[in-house]
Design a protein around this ligand. Structure first.
Ligand code: ADP
Ligand code: ZN
Ligand code: ZN
Length: 820
């Protein structure tokens, strides 16, 4: 009797999330938990994940009659189980913690979300010739051509047909459909396995050296002799490279047949980042740790190879040498043959950390970034899985990398919101990292100059070991921050964007041939357009948010649905002609800079200027090379780069983040100020920071300017305690959406009642329903319900019972980073 496997079918339908039973065929005895398989599902074949395997007809599990109707698993997708024990356990944790289906959680570990692709195959049917002629009689010639093509070539996929017929005038797809409708052509599905390695043919000599006086050699033509001579010299030739030597494939094939040459299929592994890193030199990237670093490292060292889970929070000010500690910790893990995952918030902004790892570890580093093709991603995964590569660096999804022998996960800048995925499943990579390390018996090492309140609090509670670096390397001082009260500037009738002290700093720094970073938390020329007569702000007709005027394109743009509108000459509400552009944007600052510092070379970095591959990196590289004097941009200029000649930092407005209607606004502001200020004075030269604000008394601004994390932490924690926000409660946000506003409200109210009746959930406060801060996006209305709870497990059990995660018009966001 066969073994029975329970399989989750990887089909993104919310309703199919139960396990299906399949028989394990005799030729696949290795199948076990964690394997990806191909199974028959309905009329087609689908990818499945094996979640359990049962002994031959366990009568406790299956009735005999059930077994008799079960279908067989068709094939295994890989040569190994895709999911290790710890990966599988992590997926289970994700599905429980974030209230998703296990299938959705498992899918996170698959590049491209699915391992197979269903392809349609076309074939001419066998039809009697007389009916055929009759069919084609009054039709365009293409009908007959297409049919004959299929008849001649047999089973053909769409791509092939497209190549052949897309140049024709007629719509070949329509022709094909007609042929199918008249049963002249039939279609079948074919399953393609994605991510199979690409192969290339390599050629080698079979015996070497050859006896040039032998009869066989003398029988060869001169061209063939030349072929063999070149191959002898080169050792190995790729079939694809032959034209470079003016050699032909035909000749190669003939020589293979004659027994001179052996050919081999070798899987090709693509690595697009390989070119950008320096090659490993024996001691490159090693630095003797400072005493403070050594002390921190010693505390981690003991646990690195213990095989036990341990988590650390490294709180170190900017430039204190955290990255060097990550490198040493990873090196230790590698020495014992275990592997490392290094998470960074955003690959494009973190080339420096990548380069430092590449410098130290060379090809052992695999970089995962969003612009990798699916094939490249599979190759990267394969290198890690096979142990060819020991270190993976990537953004949040790299936490799912298939490393079989995990020793450490580093989470750099752990406070960054980029670690939260804003589409379902809404996981937080930092928390997934904890789970995965726990299951794998690995070390989680988090680092930040401004730890998130939650993580710092957990450390204080003893959940993580707290380590601190209080000094910068070489005891460089943190730059002094000058707060400029913009209200005073206004009173002194200075209406410019650049205040007096900021301009002074700019003059001084440029004078010394040093560089400046200016941060502005907005983009576009003016943030919004307002009518001075009726006071209305121009909004996107589909999204209920203010439109942003972009001077470069002279268009109004919605930053949510990305639609563009020409700016009206009169107010659409009252027809007044007095509509005016308000707010300040990057381009306005640029204009003022040009006015006051006409010789300064300014480079801009914001979403508008950065579209192409690695262009963030290029901007940063040319700025750090000294091609420009001033780097101007949105908050992305604040992130982890280290440019020695930057001594001046200006924050045009500290208030933008502060005014966000979110309970984390102060925390965001504090961290942003600290991060951007931390860019100044890193190269042995003293730095200075100018911070412009309309809220100089705000504690996030004051403590940020003073670099007093602990003071900020205490004050913020007290406020969270009083208002019952994390870390004192867990948040669960439910988002209800509908095309019609009324429907959304009704659904939301019904749900709120379900959640509170017959008895309210214990230790839980239900807030709402209330409209989302941006109520309408792309004409869909969104209503929120926020649950604040001290008893998350009970609340989650209730939500699971209601099966909210299976409903198409609702989603649950556990631990949301945007509570509004
Ligand atoms: P962080 O990650 O905390 O911002 P980094 O690791 O980038 O700090 O270190 C800041 C600077 O100090 C970098 O230029 C780095 O190369 C240098 N550095 C770090 N550790 C050492 C060390 N032990 N000896 C000399 N230079 C160091
Ligand atoms: Zn108006
Ligand atoms: Zn819009």
């Amino acid at each position: 009797m066969e073994t029975v496997a329970q399989v989750l079918v990887n089909i993104p339908a919310r309703s199919i999330h139960k396990e299906f039973s399949y028989l394990v065929p005799e030729h696949l005895p290795q199948l076990d938990v964690g394997w990806r398989v191909l199974v028959p599902f309905g009329t087609r074949q689908a990818e499945g994940f094996v979640v359990s395997v049962h002994p031959p007809a366990d009568p406790l599990v299956f009735a005999a009659e059930d077994v008799s109707v079960m279908k067989f698993i068709v094939a295994a997708l890989d040569e190994h189980p895709w999911f290790d024990k710890d990966m599988f356990a992590t997926a289970q944790w994700i599905s429980e913690h974030y209230l998703t289906t296990l299938t959705d959680a498992l899918r996170l570990f698959i590049p491209g979300k699915s391992g197979i692709q269903n392809k349609k195959i076309y074939q001419a049917t066998t039809t009697a010739d007389e009916t055929v002629d009759c069919f084609f009689q009054n039709r365009e010639p293409l009908y007959r051509e297409l049919w004959l093509f299929l008849k001649k070539n047999g089973a053909t996929d769409e791509q092939h047909l497209k190549k052949q017929f897309s140049a024709t005038d007629l719509d070949w797809k329509k022709v094909l459909l007609t042929l199918i409708r008249h049963k002249m052509v039939e279609t079948t599905g074919q399953v393609m396995f994605r991510g199979r390695p690409r192969y290339e043919t390599q050629l080698r000599l079979i015996s070497e050296p050859f006896d040039k006086s032998s009869r066989e050699w003398l029988k060869l033509r001169p061209k063939q002799q030349r072929f063999l001579a070149i191959l002898g010299r080169e050792g190995i030739l790729k079939m694809a490279d032959l034209p470079r030597w003016e050699l032909s494939r035909d000749m190669a094939n003939r020589l293979i047949k004659a027994g001179w040459i052996a050919s081999e299929l070798i899987p090709v592994i693509r690595d697009t980042y390989a070119a950008s890193g320096d090659q490993k030199t024996a001691e490159a990237g090693t630095k003797a740790l400072t005493a403070a670093q050594q002390q921190v490292f010693d505390s981690i060292f003991l646990f690195l190879n213990s095989g036990e889970y341990r988590s650390f929070l490294l709180h170190g000010i900017t430039g204190s040498g955290k990255t060097q500690i990550y490198i040493e910790a990873v090196a230790t893990v590698r020495q014992s043959g275990r592997q490392a995952i290094v998470l960074v918030p955003e690959i494009a902004l973190t080339s420096q950390i990548i380069n430092r790892f590449k410098e130290r570890f060379g090809d052992d580093v695999t970089v995962i970034h969003s612009r990798l093709s699916e094939g490249e991603r599979y190759d990267a995964w394969r290198r890690l899985r096979s142990g060819q590569s020991g270190i993976v660096i990537g953004a949040r999804s790299a936490v799912f990398a298939p490393v079989p022998n995990l020793g450490i996960i580093v989470v750099d800048e752990e406070h960054e919101t980029a670690y939260k995925q804003e589409e379902s499943p809404r996981y937080h990579a930092r928390d997934v990292a904890f789970a995965r390390c726990r299951f794998a018996g690995a070390v989680a090492l988090l680092g930040s100059a401004t730890p998130s309140l939650e993580t710092y609090y957990q450390s204080k509670q003893g959940q993580h070991v707290l380590l601190t670096l209080e000094e910068r390397i070489n005891n460089e001082p943190l730059p002094p921050v000058t707060i400029v009260d913009m209200r005073q500037e206004l009173k002194s009738r200075r209406r410019g964007v650049l205040s007096e002290p900021l301009r002074q700093m700019l003059s001084e720094t440029l004078e010394k041939q040093e560089q400046v970073i200016l941060m502005l938390n907005r983009r576009g020329y003016s943030t919004f357009v307002m009518c001075r007569e009726c006071g209305q702000v121009l909004k996107c007709p589909h999204c209920d948010v203010s439109l942003v005027y972009h001077a470069s394109s002279k268009f109004l743009r919605c930053h949510y649905c990305l639609k563009q509108y020409p700016p009206p000459s009169t107010c659409p509400h009252c027809q007044s002609r007095y509509i005016k552009y308000f707010g300040t944007g990057t381009q306005k600052v640029e204009e003022e800079l040009q006015k006051f510092y006409p010789d300064a070379r300014v480079i801009r970095m914001d979403q508008d200027t950065t579209g192409g591959k690695l262009s963030h990196e290029q901007i940063l590289t040319s700025f750090s090379r000294g091609d420009y004097n001033i780097l101007l941009g949105t908050q992305m200029v604040a992130k982890g780069h280290d440019i020695p000649n930057v001594t001046g930092v200006g924050i045009i407005s500290a208030d933008t983040a502060l005014n966000l209607p979110d309970f984390r606004a102060a925390e965001r502001t504090y961290s942003l100020l600290t991060q951007v200020a931390g860019r100044a004075g890193r190269g042995g030269k003293p730095g200075q920071v100018i911070l412009q604000t309309y809220n100089p008394e705000h504690y996030a601004v004051c403590h940020g300017a003073a670099h007093h994390y602990l003071d900020f932490y205490q004050e913020e924690l007290e406020y969270r305690r009083q208002l019952a926000y994390p870390p004192f409660v867990d948040l669960i946000k439910i988002v209800i959406s509908a095309k019609k506003e009324m429907d959304a409200w009704e659904k939301a109210r019904r749900l709120a009642t379900q959640l509170t009746l017959p008895d309210p959930m214990p230790d839980t406060e239900l807030i709402g329903p209330y409209p989302a801060s941006i109520t309408r996006v792309n004409d869909v209305f969104r209503i929120h319900i926020l649950l604040k709870t001290r008893n998350a497990s009970v609340v989650k059990a209730r939500l699971r019972q209601l099966e909210l995660h299976c409903q198409p018009d609702m989603y649950v966001d556990v631990d949301p980073v945007n509570a509004i």
